[in-house]
Design a protein around this ligand. Structure first.
Ligand code: PCA
Length: 325
């Protein structure tokens, strides 16, 4: 009996040994909540990779700024402190200005346009990532960005002196142009910031309003479709290169699927969330035409400033983008 048991244990140890040996574990840091659709998608990606690699690669998703803060994730992955990460592309504009192309106001106004923009932006992102020892896996847009306000909005004057929540350069610059004070609030803290009276209004998506249950404080949502910012999922190049070719293929194939699934999810979430805001009693409207024209002029000013500061690479995106239209 004892001998049998020992034999069985030895066999079990042997059958597990090659597996334990070959298994690689990655951590993937993200700055969004576990229930966020981006995080749900990246968790599915992790499951797909594990399955497609027959368990050779396990990716542990760390949500909610738990491992690194949203704005630190790219650097952390570059430094190898986490093997992989997800961040919003506009958080990288200081080091990689071209990453900001998807948050230039009023350039992209549909998911189709957002896709054309990504196809043109991706080769440049790939180049800049490679220079930093990073590899982009996939990107997924947030739903279109709208304007949240406490009271009905008539003109830019309504924003003067208010505190506008910001999350990137575009929102900061628009707040400045509107004469509002920019207040940087991470996405996962919007609810708290509203409840404690730290902010009055903001530009973000319907789903972000839903996730933060803003209806207690903010009653108006205007569908201005300002831009479609993307989250990007990426990996440290050394960590990727260390994988066996079949495992690398499993990662790339799962990433491609995650990108397609994520874009479809984003569209679905866009429609559902606007419905939810209405169901919670918020007024969902268009802004007055005069104010819209004013906002568009601000958008143009911002895009001129941006193209001037980024230079040639901006043209590599915008010239073909407008020609293809
Ligand atoms: N939600 C994120 C980024 C864009 C969006 O729709 C945020 O508000 O921070």
């Amino acid at each position: 009996m004892k001998v049998l048991l020992i034999a069985a244990l030895a066999a079990a140890a042997l059958s597990h040994a090659p597996m334990l040996h070959a298994q690689t574990n990655w951590k993937l840091a993200t700055g969004y909540r576990a229930e966020s659709f981006h995080t749900q998608n990246v968790m599915q990606f992790a499951k797909d990779v594990e399955q497609a690699s027959a368990g050779a690669l396990r990716i542990d998703v760390k949500p909610n700024n738990e491992l690194f803060k949203l704005n630190e994730i790219r650097q952390a992955v570059q430094d190898g402190k986490a093997e992989a990460g997800e961040t919003i592309m506009t958080s990288m504009v200081k080091e990689i200005p071209i990453a900001g192309a998807d948050a230039i106001p009023f350039v992209v106004s549909s998911y189709e346009d957002a896709k054309r923009m990504w196809d043109l932006q991706r080769p440049l992102i790939d180049k800049h990532f490679a220079q930093r020892g990073l590899k982009a896996l996939y990107a997924v847009p947030w739903p279109p960005q709208g304007l949240y306000a406490g009271a009905p909005v008539r003109s830019s004057a309504d924003f003067r002196g208010t505190r506008m929540r910001t999350y990137n350069q575009s929102t900061i610059r628009i707040a400045e142009m509107l004469g509002a004070t920019p207040v940087d609030v991470p996405m996962v803290e919007v609810n708290k910031a509203l409840a404690s009276g730290k902010m009055d209004n903001m530009i973000t998506s319907a789903v972000t309003g839903v996730e933060n249950q803003v209806w207690g404080q903010i009653r108006h949502y205007y569908e201005i479709n300002a831009w479609f910012p993307k989250n990007i999922v990426f990996v440290n190049l050394k960590a990727f290169d260390a994988l066996k070719p079949v495992v690398q293929q499993a990662v790339l194939k799962s990433a491609q699927e995650a990108e397609a699934r994520g874009w479809a999810l984003s569209r679905g979430v866009a429609a559902d969330s606007t419905g939810e805001l209405k169901a919670r009693g918020m007024k969902v409207d268009r802004i007055p035409a005069d104010f819209e024209a004013e906002l568009k002029r601000m958008g143009e000013k911002f895009s001129r400033e941006w193209v001037r500061s980024v230079g040639n690479e901006a043209n590599n995106i915008f010239v073909p983008y407008y020609i293809q239209r």
